[in-house]
Design a protein around this ligand. Structure first.
Ligand code: GUN
Length: 297
């Protein structure tokens, strides 16, 4: 892969410059008062989730955001997690926090999310914040769709009047992405189709997409023959595929079969180095926003 290929969206470099921008803003914000502060809660030992949360803490530091990771056992009782959320909600020293998903099966994910104060919900997934998006006045937008929106903006992708196809209907990616692209916001005014596991002929839909967002979680699911000529392809998938030739025993693969899709697109995000780093940067952006909201500035 030639990273200088102008069709490849450099999410890593874009995220780096955003992190620098946030770092400067957070430093200014902190003069005379405390730094913006973030808490990340994780339950259990899932290796991929662990990597993600550690990355968030590392990035917070670069952004001059004070952060702490709360690592909890996966057999934690639901009530104990509710108590921690309640404490974080009422702690004026915390501007924003998030609970890494997925959660263990004995915990009701929706109930957890509902208990997070919407003013501290830097993940943007509380029903209040999702409702504000539906209304067209977003407060916090979920980090992955927000990161994709930022990439579309910085790479000057016009969405108005285009046909956008999203694969996946999750609360953290598919649904909010559909809301943004169909909104009247700058990166909106597209005609949006949401595909999922019960869509009978996904290829038929994807072949019509000017903008294709895949968040399906299946390695190399999207092949060249499924993509319209000159489409913009956004790959949200982060799939671990066994690879004994690698030291770790696996490699990261996106939802998109990069080799066969690249020749057809006008723009494409790689995996890794596309959407992933942007998601983390947007968590910092939301945290700075939460801090500013809490301080009334
Ligand atoms: N797990 C994978 N991505 C995310 C995310 O954006 N937010 C949360 N809370 N959990 C995740």
């Amino acid at each position: 892969m030639d990273i200088r290929d102008e069709r490849i969206i450099d999410g890593k470099a874009t995220a780096k410059s955003i992190v620098e921008e946030i770092g400067e803003e957070a430093e200014k914000f902190s003069r005379g008062k405390r730094a913006p502060s973030l808490r990340v809660i994780i339950l259990g030992e899932d290796p991929a989730s662990r990597v993600y949360v550690r990355n968030k803490i590392k990035t917070a530091k670069k952004c001059n955001i004070e952060s702490e990771l709360l690592e909890l056992p996966d057999d934690l009782e639901e009530g104990e997690l509710f108590d921690i959320i309640e404490d974080f909600n009422s702690d004026s020293g915390i501007d924003g926090f998030m609970v890494q998903l997925p959660l263990p099966a004995h915990i009701n994910e929706n109930e957890v999310i509902r208990r997070i104060s919407p003013q501290k919900d830097v993940d943007g997934i509380h029903p209040f914040n999702l409702g504000m998006m539906v209304e067209g006045n977003p407060q916090f937008i979920p980090c992955t769709p927000l990161g994709i929106t930022e990439l579309l903006k910085r790479y000057r992708v016009r969405t108005e009047g285009k046909k956008a196809v999203i694969i996946g209907r999750s609360i953290i990616v598919g649904k909010p992405m559909a809301l943004i692209l169909s909104s009247k916001l700058e990166q909106g005014n597209a005609t949006v189709t949401v595909c999922h596991s019960r869509t009978p002929d996904i290829e038929k839909e994807t072949r019509e997409a000017d903008i294709l967002v895949s968040a399906v979680g299946k390695p190399e699911f999207i092949t060249g023959d499924m993509v319209k000529e000159d489409a913009v392809v956004i790959d949200v998938g982060v799939n671990r595929v066994e690879d004994t030739s690698r030291k770790k025993g696996y490699r990261l693969a996106g939802d998109v079969d990069f080799q066969s899709v690249l020749p057809r697109v006008s723009l494409i995000t790689p995996v890794p180095g596309g959407v992933g780093p942007m998601t983390v940067a947007m968590l910092m952006k939301n945290t700075l926003k939460a801090a500013k909201m809490a301080s009334g500035s």
